[in-house]
Design a protein around this ligand. Structure first.
Ligand code: ATP
Ligand code: MG
Length: 656
């Protein structure tokens, strides 16, 4: 914890400091990816609280995801500014709605509808419309869009025309299904995700007394990822703010990737029109990525068009040089996944922690090959945006078991050694089937094991920070974290869609499936939609700190017709097309190996470590399963260290 308010400013550059110390009036930060926007606003809140200018309880920080909110709370705690509300629009609104519902409406808040799909399907059936799976998804998305843009069923057809949306079905039909969906929902006394915001807006608009109460609690607002705010969220923000002006927004118009839900960067770009006295700060130093990654990101943006692109800011990397981005073409998707998993294992072998590696794709359906390939390679992975940590079955079960044990005497102070708190946790978890060693094979079992291990690690960290802590203290900590959705880090390679990767960063990023048709996705038709797809690629590229691999495959399945082409966005960027961002030294696109041919046992020696191969080997590559293959330049240096070490271990001269 920094020892003073001023110490909170250490480690910020002059522009970031300006953000952190401008605590009065509206502030708008326009800046590219990795320039420290999130960091600057976090330190701003901490500085405000530590210097006594802002009261922790009067600040509401709005982030885009629960995970980002959890990270911000953790960071604020480290900076000595606990007690600040960092939430998503949704969770902040839900809390207020729960609190004020009895007074505003009476009775209990209706139940939250977990998934829209089934109810939309039922509504369609009532309207005598048959929807296949893809149509159901599209209509559901249209209902969501209509709600976040505050469009009623009656207004929907006109709004679709006006917005130039490539509507999936006939707008009149969708409008009828939408109306029926609303009716069914009401009949059943349920509310959906968007209703939480709509109802909160409604109550704040109509009940001046409640609006006053909310405004007297929250006086200062900070919004991250403001380029993706929807009209509904914007309205809510205005209602929270009232006629005051203590608002600080940060965003990057080039990272607008949620237009399909009605988000628009106009709120960000027009901030000055609404707040003429706003302090506007621009950040251009990129602290996240190497010059190589930044060059590629800048190159991509230089091809962008449209309003967001007009406001782009050239990024300048502050990091040492790293490897060039790598481009890979594969014959089919399983081969792409397998080679990716292999390279990931090499990176892990070379010392990159699994938690700092991510595979990012355009649509969630693409993850399957990668889950499989990583499981085959014995690498743990976690799906981002999937089930939330504290809602996982094994975590709930573990919570119950730990609570039981705490009640049964874990309250006593633990006196000595390995019966440590973590030891007790391990013992309790083993009673529900957790083992010390990870289970072999399949994804699901390994996932469960990894999430329970995250609890063990949490216990270790907790005890390090509070040596006298008891099991009961740990249970209280877990409760607090669950309430705040502050999940511990689960070790494993992240698999995530580009949308879910927003705001995050990894040492090594694999952007996979980059074909025309996947990115841009086939259903992106209008120029605006194509630009949004380009921005998605920009978001993907700028997640990488050091290693960046861009890959695609020519066919879907092995033996399939190789009819695909690499993403049009890569033209002019990758070296074969004469660009500058790529791996020029290697002279063009490097083709990945075909699916490895495997044999059970080979009477051959591994050409990397020189041992006789006893495990499954890749015959063509002549290396044992534990040794890296694919000698990419970026790995080469690390590998030669690694090889020398391994050779030393084996008592033989280093492999030339
Ligand atoms: P995005 O647009 O992707 O959300 P961002 O602008 O919010 O990015 P941050 O996530 O805040 O960027 O910062 C990117 C990385 O750079 C983080 O690892 C952060 O800790 C680091 N960083 C930011 N500012 C500085 C600084 N002044 N000195 C050192 N590191 C910094
Ligand atoms: Mg950020």
């Amino acid at each position: 914890v920094p020892d003073s308010a001023d110490a909170v400013l250490d480690g910020l550059d002059p522009e970031q400091r300006a953000v952190a110390t401008t605590l009065r009036g509206p502030v708008c930060v326009l800046a590219g990816a990795g320039t420290g926007k999130t960091r600057a606003i976090t330190h701003r809140i901490a500085y405000g609280v530590r210097s006594g200018i802002l009261q922790a309880g009067s600040v509401l920080a709005v982030t885009f995801t629960q995970r980002a909110a959890g990270e911000m709370r953790g960071r604020l705690r480290q900076l000595g500014a606990a007690g600040v509300q960092a939430r998503t629009f949704h969770s902040a609104a839900l809390r207020q709605l729960q609190y004020f519902w009895p007074r505003a409406v009476g009775g209990e808040l209706p139940a939250l509808l977990e998934r829209k799909g089934p109810l939309v399907a039922e509504a369609a059936a009532r309207c005598r419309v048959r929807l296949d799976r893809a149509e159901l998804r599209d209509v559901t998305a249209e209902v969501e869009w209509a709600k976040v843009t505050r469009t009623t069923p009656e207004d929907y057809p006109a709004a679709v025309r006006k917005a130039g949306r490539a509507a999936p079905r006939d707008p009149a039909g969708t409008s009828r299904i939408y109306a029926m969906y609303e009716q069914l929902k009401q009949e059943r006394g349920q509310i959906d995700f968007e209703d939480v915001l709509l109802l909160t807006v409604g109550i704040l608009q109509e009940r001046a007394d409640i609006a006053e109460r909310v405004r007297s609690q929250y006086q200062h607002f900070v919004v991250d990822e403001y380029q993706d705010v929807s009209p509904l969220q914007q309205r809510l923000l205005e209602l929270w703010l009232g006629d005051r002006d203590s608002i600080c927004v940060v965003g990057d118009a080039s990272q607008t990737i949620y237009s399909f839900t009605g988000a628009t960067p106009d709120h960000l770009l027009d901030f000055r029109l609404r707040h003429p006295d706003a302090t506007v700060v621009r950040l251009v130093r990129d602290y996240r990525s190497t010059p190589q990654v930044v060059a590629l990101a800048n190159g991509l943006l230089s091809q962008a068009v449209g309003r967001a692109a007009e406001h782009r800011l050239e990024l300048v990397s502050q990091r040492p040089a790293g490897p060039e981005p790598v481009y890979r073409e594969y014959p089919d998707e399983p081969a792409e996944a397998e080679a990716t998993a292999r390279r990931i294992r090499e990176l892990i072998g070379a010392g990159v922690p699994a938690g700092r590696i991510a595979v990012l794709y355009r649509i969630n359906a693409q993850s399957e090959n990668y889950e499989q390939a990583l499981a085959d390679a014995g690498v743990a992975c976690q799906l981002r945006g999937a089930e939330r940590f504290f809602e996982r079955q094994e975590i709930r079960q573990a919570g119950l078991a730990l609570r039981g044990a705490a009640r049964a005497g874990g309250n006593d102070r633990v006196l000595d050694g390995a019966d440590s708190l973590a030891g007790q946790v391990r013992a309790v978890l083993s009673s529900i089937g957790w083992t010390h060693e990870p289970p072999g094979g399949s994804g699901a079992a390994r996932d469960r094991w990894e999430s329970l291990r995250a609890l063990v690690r949490l216990a270790e960290d907790f005890q390090r920070a509070r040596p006298a802590a008891t099991l009961a203290d740990l249970v209280a900590e877990l409760d607090e974290r669950a309430a705040a959705q502050h999940a511990p880090e689960v070790e494993g390679v992240t698999l995530a869609s580009l949308h879910a990767a927003k705001g995050l960063e990894w040492d090594a990023v694999f952007l996979v499936g980059l074909t025309d048709g996947m990115l841009p996705l086939t259903h992106a038709r209008t120029p605006e939609q194509i630009e949004e797809e380009r921005r998605l690629l920009y978001v993907g590229i700028t997640r990488a700190r050091v290693h960046l691999t861009l890959s695609w495959s020519l066919a879907r399945a092995p033996g399939g017709r190789p009819g695909r082409r690499p993403s049009r966005f890569l033209e002019g960027l990758r070296p074969s097309a004469g660009g500058t961002g790529g791996r020029a030294a290697a002279g063009g696109v490097v083709r990945g190996p075909r699916r490895a041919e495997r044999v059970e046992r080979g009477p051959v020696t591994c050409r990397v470590c020189g041992r006789a191969m006893t495990e499954a080997v890749e015959l063509k590559l002549r290396r044992c399963a534990g040794c890296p293959s694919d000698l990419d330049e970026e790995l080469y240096e690390r590998l030669s260290h690694w090889r020398a070490g391994r050779a030393r271990e084996l008592g033989r001269p280093a492999f030339a």
